[in-house]
Write a protein that binds this ligand. Sequence first.
Ligand code: PEP
Length: 272
Amino acid sequence: MNYGLRTNNQEEMTKKLYNYKLLLILIKISTMPKTIIAGNWKMNKTQAESKEFLKQFLSLIAHRDESTEVVLCVPFTSLETVSLNLDGTGVGLGAQNVHWAESGAYTGEISASMLTEIGVNYVIIGHSERRQFFGETDETVNLRLKTAQKHGLTPILCVGETKAQRDAGETENVIFHQLKEGLVGVDQNNLVVAYEPIWAIGTGDTCESSEANRVIGLIRGQLENKEVSIQYGGSVNASNIDEIMAQPEINGGLVGGASLEGVSFARIVNFQ
Ligand code: PEP
């Protein structure tokens, strides 16, 4: 009997098994949805105010968990200033809209190359305020999504229902329709979705975290790529972020009001 050979074989098998398990863990980690916390400043902050915010905010998130991606979606006028000040910080830069044309007679709009030239990597598309007040439709949302991706931008597609739609039991139908129409021809490997119930935006009336988790699970069910990061948005703040992020389907937050103040947004980024 050759005991030495047997021991060597066993050792080799154990090593192979270990490496195989390690590989499986690495594959799982690399295909898990990323955690992304994005601030949506809407129409707030001048360039000077933006710089002031960054001084405080960046120092407060210096020791953050690096696996959480942080993005600031700022007004067009602050993009360049913020871009310069984010250099080397690992914080992403987002715009709040993008037009589908390359250039042309579209007064008040912005093109994708104007954004990428100054270091923008994300763009919010189909925010309910654009849909409600500026005539954004699922069709224009779809055009904007495709153009953003063509230029290497990662779109954050917002979907969500009104209070009346929720009360009428229409939540799922509304959201599924927004996804179906919005995502025609869209690459789901470069996409973030934000579930933002309209009745919860800017109202302080946060959606119960378990309910947000349920709807986000339904949204994931509609997507071809189950690894898309899906955020919750709607009155997220420093006090409710921990509970929201503890939900298994929720991969981050899109934060409006509470992203305007350095201390509160830093606490949200540093959720526990
Ligand atoms: C938003 O504007 O996307 C948003 C969620 O706003 P708030 O956090 O203020 O509700």
